[in-house]
Design a protein around this ligand. Structure first.
Ligand SMILES: [Zn+2]
Length: 95
């Protein structure tokens, strides 16, 4: 279920444009508009349904998300020496 005020739900619905690099029925991956590194490669990977916390994601959707993260990771590792995978939960975890 999409949240009306969620920027990511708006991106998934196509209401806000993004640089999409991968999409399937359950997940979307796109370039961050404000990359953490000037070298690029900052990709946001998310489920198409809105979840507040990782612990809220049903196993089926979490499995699909993990598979997409693996695909994106393989692609990024072809172009760089390494990568970070960060998953923030709640405001205090934001970096
Ligand atoms: Zn959302």
């Amino acid at each position: 279920m999409a949240q009306v005020d969620c920027i990511f739900c708006k991106i998934i619905k196509g209401e806000i444009p993004c640089e999409k690099i991968y999409e399937d029925s359950k997940t979307l991956a796109f370039l961050d508009i404000s990359p953490a590194s000037p070298k690029g490669g900052h990709v946001l990977v998310m489920p198409k349904k809105h979840y507040e916390l990782i612990s809220d994601i049903p196993d089926e959707d979490l499995s699909a998300l993990s598979k997409t993260i693996k695909k994106i990771s393989k692609a990024l590792l072809e172009y760089g020496p390494g990568l970070n995978i960060i998953q923030n939960n709640k405001k205090i975890a934001q970096v």
